[in-house]
Design a protein around this ligand. Structure first.
Ligand code: BGC
Length: 519
C-alpha cells in the first residue's frame, strides 16, 4: 500500500524517505492490541469489584460492609480492604517486575519473542481468572496478566517506533494511548452488561474477556517480522537492508540504514547505560523519566479508572447508576484523547499540559466541596438529590477530559521523544517502572486513603496537580516539531537546564573540570 512520500522533519534534522506501507500499518494494529490489553485490564477490575456476586464469593467481609445500609455506616470506609485492592494492584507490581526482565529479552531475543510471551502469559492469566474458585486463583491470574503487560508495554512501543517512518512516530505513539482508552471503555461496557446476567456469574465473562485481545496479539505476533534494528543488532545486515526497503516502500534507504548501523554500533559501546544516565549532562532526561510518570499517576486519574463504580457507589449511587456513570467517564476519556491527537503538534505539549493541569485542579476543587458538603467527615450523606449527582458526574467528566488531552498521552509521548539513543533503553525502563510502581501504589492505597482522608483525598491529588503544573511551567521546554536527534538544543537553550547540557564539543572539558562554563 502506498502513501505519499514523507516530508522531512521541520527545519532541521534527517529526512529519511519512506511511505506508510501495509507492513507499517500492521504494526499500528499490533500497537493497538498492545494498548487494548493494557486498557482492558485497567478498566475491568473497578466494575468487577463492585459486583455483589463477585464480592460475596471472594471478599465476604467487604460485601457485608458494603451491603449494609444502616444510618451510622461510614460510606468512606465501606470498600476499605487491602485484600480487595490487592486484586487490582497486584497486576501492576508484576508488570513492574516483568518490564525490567522484558528489556533484556527484547534486546537479546528480539521484540517479537517478547510480544509473543506477553500474549501467552496474558492468555493464561485471563483463563485462570475466568475459572477462579478461590481468591489465590484471582491473584495468580492477575499476576500473570501483569507479567504479560510488562512484556507488551516494553516491546510494543519499541517495535512501533522502530518500524514507523520518522514522520508518523508521534501520531502512532498517541494511538497507543488511544487504544488504552478504548480498552478501558470496552471493559466498562462489558462490565455494564455482564453485571446484569442472572445468576451473578457475569464477572467470569468480564475477567475472561481479556483472552480475546491476548489471543490476537499471540497469533498476530507469529506473523510479524522482526524490526530492521533488531536484525542489525544481531548482525544480519543484508536481511535488515532488504527488509527496510520493503517496509519503507522506496528504492533507496541508505541514509536511514547507515544511521541505524551507526546507532547500533554506538549503543554496543555503551557498556553501562544505567551508569551513563546518571551523568550530569543527562540530568534533564533523568528528571523527566522519573517525574513525568510519577506526576501522571499523582493526578489521581486512576482513582477513577479503577474505582469509578466503587466511588459512585460510595457516594450513594445505585449499582446500575454506578456502572453507567463509569461508562460515561470512559467515553469522555476516549473522545478527549482525540483532541490531543489533533492538537499536540499544533499547540504544543506545554500548552496542553498547562491547560489540562488548571482544568483538573478546578474540577478537583468542585468535587472536594461537593463531597465535603454532603458527606462531611462522618461519611453519612443522607438522601442524595439529583442535582448533586449530576454536579459530581459533570465535574468528574471535565476533570477526565483534562487528563485525557494532557497527562494521559503526554505522559508516554514526551519521555519517548526526549531520550537520546545512548540512554534510551535505561531511561525507558525507568519511565515504565516508575509508572507501574505509582499505578500500584494508587491502586493499593486508594480505598484506605478514602477511608482515612475522606474528602481530603481529592485535596491531596489537587496539591500534586498544582506542583506538577508549576514543574512543567518551569522545567519542561517545548518539544513540538523538534527532531529527536536535535533534542539537545532545547535543553541547551532552557534557562534552567542549560547549565547541565552543553554542546558536545564543550562537554569533556566541562565534565573533567567539574566547573560550569559560561553559556
Ligand atoms: C495511564 C494509565 C491510565 C490511562 C487512562 C494512561 O496514560 O498510564 O495509568 O489509566 O492513561 O486513560
Amino acid at each position: 500500500m502506498a502513501g505519499g512520500g514523507i516530508a522531512g522533519a521541520p527545519g532541521v534534522g534527517k529526512n529519511y524517505p519512506g511511505k506508510l506501507t501495509a507492513k507499517v500499518l500492521t504494526t499500528c494494529i499490533v500497537a493497538a492490541f498492545g494498548g487494548l490489553i493494557f486498557g482492558y485490564d485497567l478498566g475491568i477490575s473497578g466494575g468487577v469489584t463492585s459486583m455483589d456476586s463477585f464480592l460475596s464469593q471472594f471478599f465476604p467481609s467487604v460485601y457485608a460492609k458494603e451491603s449494609s445500609v444502616t444510618a451510622s455506616d461510614d460510606q468512606y470506609c465501606k470498600f476499605d480492604s487491602e485484600k480487595l485492592t490487592f486484586f487490582t494492584s497486584s497486576l501492576y507490581i508484576a508488570a513492574l517486575a516483568s518490564s525490567i526482565v522484558a528489556s533484556s529479552i527484547t534486546r537479546k531475543m528480539g521484540r517479537r519473542v517478547t510480544m509473543m510471551l506477553g500474549g501467552l502469559l496474558f492468555f493464561i492469566g485471563a483463563i485462570i481468572n475466568a475459572a477462579a474458585n478461590h481468591v489465590w486463583m484471582l491473584y495468580f491470574g492477575r499476576i500473570l496478566l501483569g507479567f504479560g503487560i510488562g512484556c507488551a508495554n516494553q516491546s510494543v512501543p519499541i517495535y512501533v517506533s522502530e518500524m514507523a517512518p520518522y514522520k508518523y512516530r508521534g501520531a502512532l505513539n498517541i494511538m497507543f494511548q488511544m487504544s488504552i482508552t478504548i480498552g478501558i471503555l470496552v471493559a466498562n461496557l462489558l462490565n455494564y452488561f455482564f453485571a446484569k446476567i442472572p445468576g451473578g456469574w457475569g464477572w467470569r465473562l468480564s475477567l475472561g474477556g481479556a483472552f480475546v485481545p491476548a489471543l490476537i496479539i499471540l497469533v498476530g505476533s507469529f506473523f510479524l517480522s522482526e524490526t530492521p534494528n533488531s536484525l542489525i543488532e544481531r548482525e544480519k545486515y543484508d536481511e535488515a537492508k532488504e527488509f527496510l526497503l520493503k517496509i519503507r516502500g522506496v528504492d533507496n534507504v541508505d541514509e536511514e540504514f547507515n544511521d541505524l548501523v551507526a546507532a547500533s554500533e554506538a549503543s554496543r559501546k555503551v557498556k553501562h547505560p544505567w551508569a551513563n544516565i546518571t551523568k550530569r549532562q543527562y540530568r534533564p532526561q533523568l528528571t523527566m523519566a522519573i517525574f513525568i510518570p510519577l506526576f501522571q499517576q499523582l493526578t489521581g486519574m486512576n482513582v477513577f479508572v479503577f474505582y469509578a463504580p466503587v466511588l459512585f457507589k460510595t457516594m450513594g449511587f445505585g449499582a446500575n447508576a454506578s456502572l453507567m456513570s463509569a461508562l460515561i467517564t470512559s467515553i469522555v476519556n476516549m473522545v478527549a484523547t482525540l483532541v490531543s491527537i489533533f492538537s499536540v503538534d499544533k499547540y504544543g505539549r506545554r500548552t496542553l499540559f498547562l491547560e489540562g493541569g488548571i482544568q483538573m485542579f478546578i474540577c478537583q476543587m468542585v468535587m472536594t466541596v461537593a463531597i465535603a458538603v454532603k458527606f462531611g467527615t462522618t461519611g453519612n450523606p443522607g438522601v442524595l438529590p439529583q442535582w448533586y449527582a449530576t454536579l459530581v458526574v459533570v465535574a468528574m467528566c471535565i476533570y477526565i477530559a483534562g487528563f485525557a488531552w494532557s497527562w494521559g498521552p503526554l505522559g508516554w509521548l514526551v519521555p519517548s521523544e526526549i531520550f537520546p539513543l545512548e540512554i534510551r533503553s535505561a531511561a525507558q525502563s525507568i519511565n515504565v517502572s516508575v509508572n507501574m510502581l505509582l499505578t500500584f501504589v494508587v491502586a493499593q492505597v486508594f480505598t484506605a486513603m478514602l477511608c482515612h482522608m475522606k474528602f481530603g483525598l481529592f485535596i491531596f491529588f489537587s496539591v500534586w496537580v498544582v506542583i506538577m503544573t508549576i514543574f512543567i511551567h518551569k522545567l519542561l521546554p517545548e518539544t513540538k516539531g523538534v527532531p529527536i536527534e536535535e533534542m539537545n538544543i532545547v535543553w541547551q537553550k532552557h534557562p534552567f537546564w542549560r547549565k547541565y547540557v552543553k554542546p558536545a564539543e564543550d562537554r569533556d572539558e566541562c565534565e573533567m573540570g567539574g566547573k560550569t562554563p559560561s553559556v
